[in-house]
Design a protein around this ligand. Sequence first.
Ligand SMILES: [Zn+2]
Ligand SMILES: [Zn+2]
Length: 354
Amino acid sequence: METLAYKCINCGGPLQYDAGKQKFACEYCRSEFTEEILQKHFGKLEEQLNEEAKSEEMSEEDKLYGTALFTCQSCGAEVIAETENTAATFCVYCHSPVVLTNRLKGEFKPNMVIPFKISEEDAKQKFREFCKKKWFIPKDFVSDAQLDMMKGVYYPYWLVDSRKDGGISATAEKVRTWREGDYEYKETKIYRVRRAGIINFMNYPQAALSEDNNKNILKYVNPYDDEDFRPFTMAYLSGFLAEKRDLEREQVQNDVDKALAEYAKKIYRETVEGYDSVRVDDFELKTLTENWEYALMPVWMMTFKYRDKMYMYAMNGQTGKNFGALPLSKGKLALFGIGLFIALVIIAYFLMGG
Ligand SMILES: [Zn+2]
Ligand SMILES: [Zn+2]
């Protein structure tokens, strides 16, 4: 399998993307490079790879993604990629970043990327704070070894721009009541309401990886901010893990249609104001134009085993929004239960005393 190693222009050491500085940094000689400089050096190489992908028949190996064997360009070791969707990883022997170019070429070349904005140090700090707030987490949980399990991963997403035309018709009521002498009057005015209009959805994100656990957790770290989208270059992946998509547009089109229809209905409905009740009778929506792009989005991710159970923590690598399914300490829970009981006893005691 072909790989691309982004090496320091000054000393040849491995380059990693430094999220804090938003630059590419060399661990050995401490040189830093901007994206433009790196593009000048490696851009041709990436273009060449993409041209090859267009002209060349996909090899049997590429079609299957079965043999995930690659040679590390830094130490020469033969290494196997973790999963068949791995697109960027580290050499297990020398820990140099490796980009598996076959999985990012041709139809699998992403259009866009949001580079990591939260550095590894900040991610670990945020995890510590997250755990501190959760009172039930066992003490030995936030150890250094545990923190080293934190990985920066680029996840594949579809980004959908969709221009929709549609509307709703609804039955709305205004009710007025008043008294005159012994009588109470109630007046109900019934309105037929219609709302129609064009809605432009921009960059609606749809996870493009089928692993169930991850997809579920990704939902909780969405959304991403559009302002940091950049045209994709492989260099951003250097120093992180990356996954290649395994869900094609046809497989998720229905999910996207359903989600956007829900949003559209809500948007139309929210423009019907000033009534006591509103019932939507009819809803119509059609797609005028639609454009799908393929993007990689940054997530700090931790999966871990604690007393034979798997847990997961994820953080949006751009905004810091995080989510975790973490173990609860039974000891602490019991203590909390006793605390409550004592508090109740004290209150009861005061009540009796008074
Ligand atoms: Zn260097
Ligand atoms: Zn190596």
